[in-house]
Design a protein around this ligand. Structure first.
Ligand SMILES: Cc1cc2nc3c(=O)[nH]c(=O)nc-3n(C[C@H](O)[C@H](O)[C@H](O)COP(=O)(O)O)c2cc1C
Length: 159
């Protein structure tokens, strides 16, 4: 089963977190995980993916307009499992607003949104993984765990 991680990254932090999420997702058996910047989309892989995890830097308290533009012009992600993550410069800088705004976009597209929430216990991941810049070790591990949880859910739903 294919899982795509689609991100926008200007200075590399969000890309690094995408790689961590991919590392976690790859712990799940029978998944093929691919990270792709919105500037280098593997369309065939994305079409076949059952789950798509979107990531953005927090820009002025929400997600990047570049990703919004990409979403506005790519409509074929309905019916897939969707999840989000964000990077930010500081705690309280709006990463969760960025995630919720992104989640609203995914709902409009008809995706089934999942974060793992509190249902999986510790560490709680309410809306999606968050890393300050590219994250300290604790944040990095949460990003890996997030990836694994999304992959497990995708396998559960679509196997
Ligand atoms: C124009 C601009 C606006 C930003 N606004 C915020 C913000 O509102 N809150 C925040 O925490 N970080 C903000 N940041 C910092 C980025 O979210 C953070 O550095 C992020 O990790 C960058 O990701 P990237 O390296 O993938 O581009 C801003 C950065 C830029 C360039």
């Amino acid at each position: 089963m294919k899982i795509a991680i689609v991100y926008y990254s200007q200075t590399g932090n969000t890309k690094k977190v995408a790689d961590l999420i991919a590392e976690g997702a790859k712990k799940t058996q029978n998944v093929d995980v691919k990270c792709m910047s919105i500037e280098e989309i593997d369309t065939e892989f994305l079409v076949e993916a059952k789950a798509v995890i979107f990531g953005s830097p927090t820009i002025a308290g929400t997600f990047a307009w570049q990703l919004k533009q990409w979403l506005d012009t790519n409509r074929n992600i309905g019916g897939k499992l969707g999840a989000v993550f964000a990077t930010a410069k500081f705690v309280g800088g709006g990463a969760e607003v960025a995630e919720l705004s992104l989640i609203a976009e995914l709902l409009v597209k008809g995706m089934m949104v999942y974060s793992s929430g509190a249902a999986e216990g510790q560490p709680f991941i309410h809306y999606g993984a968050v890393c300050i810049q590219d994250g300290d070790e604790g944040q990095k591990e949460r990003a890996r765990i997030f990836g694994e949880r999304i992959a497990n859910k995708a396998v559960e739903l679509f196997k």
